[in-house]
Design a protein around this ligand. Structure first.
Ligand code: PMP
Length: 360
């Protein structure tokens, strides 16, 4: 039996994708072998790789000025890889903090430069908002400005992406890439691990403006130097082939659904349903400012936290899994990525109402 999986990542994948991967597991389209067994330099895998690149470019409408790279190392790896690639001769980069992931990014940057804190969305209730551009206090000459456009733990999403002119804007888009259209042209670089909306863990997508490829520090490992990776079409070393294949199947699934505008409409419907269930009840609380509420990760608390374990046990009995909030904030969190169907959110909302009534 398949459950409704609300995990923050690795997360639910479209059932269609899993079925296709299962069908093709032993013999990929008459090749007589699994994708896992193919040489990354063979014509079969090259066709998988090229199609995934083209479909991602198409879905996100990536402009010709930007290169798409498939790397390894995950979102956290990029916290080191980004400064090593973009600092050039500059001594600082600026950071907007919206939650735990951007805090980690800021901390890691201290190994490579003297980072500057430009703005923070931390309030007495924790990270509850994405500071607007007018609040950002940029330093005089930053190599780039970093932002995490969806904070997975705190459920804070940035919808207004500013245009910073000559200063490259770099974003960690790990937990909401492909959930809605994004104006990639506004960014110097975006990056994200695949294990939420792209596919399975193992591949990290980086989309970088080509003219920024000459700024790497000499200490940057070659396998993580974006220029080297770009020059070798993400084949400088062995890429995570199976993860790229799964990502390619997810891209096709998204295209079949109608692309990012269509998935955005679904995501709006799903998130509205869940937030209105929370807001219409005194028993559930979400502390994030409305304009910054994530459509992908919805943290919430029970008014009576002594009921947490009961809530989770009852949810599990109904096949609603992985609802426990991140240990650093507690409470609950429902991650409702692209592959979580509306029916899953409806089932969750129904359960929440029922649980609340039982407490009365
Ligand atoms: N950034 C964000 C926004 C994330 O959600 C995560 C993982 N949950 C990371 C970075 C870290 O990614 P990884 O585990 O792939 O290094």
């Amino acid at each position: 039996m398949r459950v409704f999986n609300f995990s923050a990542g690795p997360a639910a994948l479209p059932e269609e994708v899993l079925r296709q991967a299962a069908d093709e597991m032993l013999d990929w389209r008459g090749s007589g072998m699994s994708v896992m067994e193919m040489s990354h330099r063979g014509k079969e895998f090259i066709s998988i790789h090229e199609e995934a690149l083209a479909d991602l470019r198409d879905l996100l409408d990536v402009p010709a000025s930007h290169r798409i790279l498939f790397l390894q190392g995950g979102g956290l790896g990029e916290n080191a890889i980004v400064p090593m690639n973009l600092l050039g001769t500059k001594e600082t980069a600026d950071f907007v903090l919206t939650g735990s992931w951007s805090q980690k990014t800021f901390k890691e940057a201290h190994k490579y430069c003297a980072p500057h804190l430009a703005a923070s969305g931390q309030t007495a209730d924790g990270f509850t908002r994405s500071p607007a551009r007018a609040e950002w206090q940029l330093s005089d000459d930053p190599a780039y400005v970093h932002l995490c456009t969806n904070e997975t733990i705190h459920g804070v999403e940035t919808f207004d992406i500013p245009d910073l002119g000559d200063i490259p804007l770099v974003a960690d888009v790990s937990s909401h890439i492909l959930s809605r259209p994004l104006d990639v042209a506004k960014f110097g670089a975006i990056y994200g691990g695949a294990q939420k909306n792209i596919g399975m863990a193992g591949v990290t997508v980086v989309i970088v403006r080509e003219d920024l490829l000459d700024r790497a520090l000499p200490i940057c490992p070659s396998a993580f130097e974006w220029k080297t990776v770009a020059e070798n079409n993400s084949m400088y070393n062995t890429p995570p082939t199976y993860a790229i294949y799964i990502a390619g199947l997810v891209f096709k699934w998204l295209k079949k659904l109608g692309g990012l505008k269509a998935i955005e409409a679904r995501n709006i419907e799903k998130s509205k349903l869940l937030y209105s269930a929370i807001d219409s009840s005194a028993f559930y609380v979400n502390k994030v400012e409305r304009a910054s509420r994530s459509r992908m990760n919805v943290p919430f608390f029970l008014a009576d936290e002594s009921r947490n374990e009961d809530f989770l046990a009852g949810a599990k009995a109904r096949g609603l899994l992985q609802l426990k909030g991140h240990k650093s904030v507690g409470g609950m969190r429902a991650s409702i990525y692209n592959a979580v169907p509306l029916e899953g959110v409806k089932a969750l909302v129904e359960y929440m109402k029922e649980f609340e009534q039982r407490q009365a």
